[in-house]
Design a binder for this molecule. Sequence first.
Ligand SMILES: Nc1ncnc2c1ncn2[C@@H]1O[C@H](COP(=O)(O)OP(=O)(O)OP(=O)(O)O)[C@@H](O)[C@H]1O
Ligand SMILES: [Mg+2]
Length: 612
Amino acid sequence: MAKPRGNFIRPLPERVINKIAAGEVIERPAAVVKELVENSIDAGATKIDIVIEKSGSKLIKVIDNGCGIAEDQVEIAFSRHATSKIASFDDLNALYSYGFRGEALPSIASISRLRMVTRTRDSRIGTEIIYEGGVLQSRQPVAASPGTTIEVENLFYNTPARRKFLKAESTEARHISRTAMALAIGRPDVGVSYSLNDRRIFTVPPDSVLKDRVTEMIGAGKTLVRIKGDAGPVKVTGYIGTPDMVQNNRYGQFLFINSRYIYSPSLAHALAAGYGDLIPRGTYPVGALLLTVDAAEVDVNVHPTKAEVRLSGERDVHDAVYRIVKESLQQDGIVPSLKSSSLKPSAHNLGGSTLRGRASPSGQGYIPGITRGSGLDMDALADIHNVPRVPQPSESKDIIRVDRNTGEIMETAEAQDGAASVSSGFSLIGRFSDLYLLLRSGDDLYIVDQHTAHERVLYEETLVKLENSAVEAQTLLFPNQVELNPEQMTLFDEIKDMLNGSGFGVSHFGGRTVNIEAIPSVLSHKSSEKVFLKVLDDLASEKRAGGDLKKAMAQSIACRSAVMAGDSMTDREAVHLVTRLLRCDNKYSCPHGRPTFVKITREDLDKQFGRT
Ligand SMILES: Nc1ncnc2c1ncn2[C@@H]1O[C@H](COP(=O)(O)OP(=O)(O)OP(=O)(O)O)[C@@H](O)[C@H]1O
Ligand SMILES: [Mg+2]
């Protein structure tokens, strides 16, 4: 800590003030990129190039074709609190620019060597200005095209403490890449190119539509789910990933308010909650959500880097976003697909490799003994191994037609000879390991986990029955008595009515003994005593976690009654199960969040086999 120097109070020199401000505004190299690109967008640029060397520690260069700065204004732009964007505090209520504080340029200039070349359209000549550690080095007229170029070198050279706290180069590169992506997603009207350490990561043209932007940045060649809705004064648009695109961090998640990229735990929560149990716990959906609100409803002046904003009615906005996301995901076609990390470039590759580069299939190796192009007859192979041959679409005996857009069952006909077919879209190929059902739909292969699928089906069906007090009960031939511990007894007293409305017939028998006269029919093949105690335990843990007891009841019944791995199902049962699964609201995962099926596309397989 610096020694106090008596009580002579005096203002700090401007350079020191700027350096202190830089500590707040410029946390890491990515913040420089953000500030410079935002300035370029505010200047009306339609084309912005971002060039980064050594993850920003060597060079951060931003070139724009914006309005430029007039010669007599250039130095003013580098003085603290000088801005062209607001004139009074009230202007913040109608803010349509990213900048408003007049702090970014002086801050950056005070902790680097900065060179700016700028020219307005009206002027025939440009200005070059150079600062080092905030000290003006030179200012001179230069030939330049309209717009502004800023080069920031040796960032943090005079703030050793900050430099020390920078993370590994690859981490800083990831932050920069994410910032560049966010800026590009937030403003599809602006063309952006971004290169990192001599490698072009992306180039996106001006006047793009949001869909193309988001797909380019995070779509990894996949179809994204469109989000569109109104929540009172808030408009929500965006594109989000299918459940199988989840990541184990929030790197691929971009949230915006009025085109400003923000950090918002509340919105991030709403987005994840919208997926509900479509995604496993601890994973994060990818996508971009853009909220538009009246400028007066957002306070952007609450955080030094403007990364957080305050929104009036935040709770309502949260709930609305949750609802809109959830509804958008109800559409069909959102199915998990088999992850093949070597095939898919994803947002996390940024920083180390390119965004768009696709891994080549080489190195995966072909299966020994089978050479490509050998004219292998798959049908003959199937005969040898006694595998049912894949029925061709024309041979499929449809029993049910499913509209693949809505998931609606369109038409039902009699099932024939074991019903090896589910719908015009899906047909059963076979079963594997008494656990997985294999189906095809067009060129796609679906592998269904019979346990999780059955759990999902029973869960949703039981929930509906619970709502309508219509769970079928099976009366026991011989009532059973069971002794409860004190905790179970307390819970039993609390939820007795609920149990009796859920297919159980239970009553107090005296002391801590409960009399069981009936259990839900779906569980009738199990020991009534065990089933009752299991359900009670499940509900006890849910109650401790403060969860929804009705859902827990449905989950518990579903889990206990679903077919297990190893239980063999007949063809007819398998077909029936998949038909019911297709009718579920959330057909993609079981109530615990495990997938009910994965999809392998023909394209995935072709890549695996090097047929690209
Ligand atoms: N790329 C640019 N093209 C044209 N003018 C620019 C550019 N960058 C900065 N300016 C001018 O310099 C001024 C100062 O920029 P600076 O980033 O320091 O502050 P700001 O953008 O107004 O506010 P904030 O600190 O919130 O970013 C801006 O108000 C703008 O007039
Ligand atoms: Mg600015």
